[in-house]
Design a protein around this ligand. Structure first.
Ligand code: Q46
Ligand code: ZN
Ligand code: ZN
Length: 305
């Protein structure tokens, strides 16, 4: 098997592109895909203050590494979700990654901010699905922290598999508002909102995994113990099945949606975006979902320093 660029020994096969690369040319391909995503969607400028949301998993650490290699000087942001050993190991992985590269890592702890409760306890107390409360809390603190510390872009490690699974989930339930908003860039369309970007959206989970292995990026292999039964896993499996028999399907499904499909859906919610009467963050309601959650939990909200 030969690299299509240099005819040297290929290490990685990408059936969706009908390509094979040696290590050097795979890294070049990977960086090109990230640069293309950044350029096509005007995600970042070299002088932007960028905060990368890191979890200790391969995607977010690969993103941090690539943005740093491409000269964007990003800082990392880790949220301790209070999920037992998993959270401890994730934080240690992020810390050692940052230390080895001389990068800055910022952290906040959900149990410290929410009266000693971690995601599991919050989920139990509110009788809500753990991933739904976790998503709500993470979104709130990413935005709140970045705004407080004057970062103007938040970058997340969502890859092509994540985005294609979200698309399939939104389509199967005809969530037209979500479909119109699903994008690799969420612009700042409220004074208290920080722009969010997904520079890995053109790359599959397999590709980010290969990049991590080739570049010896240590990451946490275990899945979050609360992920079990998440519907996104089912959608990913379905898409991987299609991809196995018809390479390129996943990529075409998602990238063509961005090019051709997305504009057929209307977003009525964004027009009604206003400020939460309790915390000032953007919401379509009088009080935002996060403040409702705090009220329901009967905990005193801590202010971030
Ligand atoms: S961390 Fe949180 Fe994920 Fe765990 S509880 Fe679900 S959403 S699975 S990315
Ligand atoms: Zn090569
Ligand atoms: Zn609020």
């Amino acid at each position: 098997m030969k690299c299509i660029k240099c005819k040297g020994k290929a290490q990685i096969k990408l059936p969706q592109h009908n390509s094979r690369f040696c290590k050097t040319h795979f890294i070049e391909y990977f960086h090109n895909q990230v640069s293309k995503a950044i350029k096509n969607y005007r995600m970042l400028n070299k002088d932007d203050k960028v905060l990368v949301a890191v979890s200790g998993g391969k995607d977010s650490l690969v993103l941090w590494e690539v943005l740093n290699q491409l000269g964007y000087c990003p800082d990392g942001f880790y949220i301790d979700l209070g999920i037992d050993d998993y959270s401890r190991q994730s934080e240690n992985t992020c810390r050692s990654f940052a230390q080895q590269r001389g990068l800055d890592l910022h952290t906040v702890s959900i149990p410290e901010l929410m009266g000693g409760l971690g995601i599991k306890e919050i989920s139990r107390k509110t009788r809500r699905n753990p991933c739904s409360v976790c998503g709500l809390i993470k979104r709130y603190y990413f935005n709140h922290y970045a705004l407080n510390k004057k970062y103007n872009v938040i970058a997340t490690g969502h890859n092509l598999d994540d985005e294609a699974a979200t698309l399939m989930s939104n389509l199967t339930r005809w969530q037209t508002g979500y479909l119109s908003r699903q994008s690799p860039v969420l612009p700042k369309n409220h004074p208290a909102m920080v722009k969010k970007v997904k520079p890995l959206h053109r790359l599959t989970e397999k590709e980010t995994g290969s990049y991590a292995v080739i570049n010896r990026i240590p990451y946490i292999y275990e899945e979050c113990p609360l992920a079990e039964g998440a519907r996104s896993i089912l959608y990913k499996k379905t898409l991987n099945y299609l991809e196995f028999y018809s390479p390129g399907t996943k990529r075409q499904f998602y990238l063509d949606f961005l090019k051709k499909g997305k504009y057929n859906f209307k977003d009525s919610e964004q027009a009604n975006l206003t400020s939460c009467n309790t915390c000032g963050q953007p919401t379509t309601l009088e009080t935002c979902a996060f403040c409702h959650l705090i009220e329901r939990l009967e905990v005193k909200k801590q202010v971030l320093s």
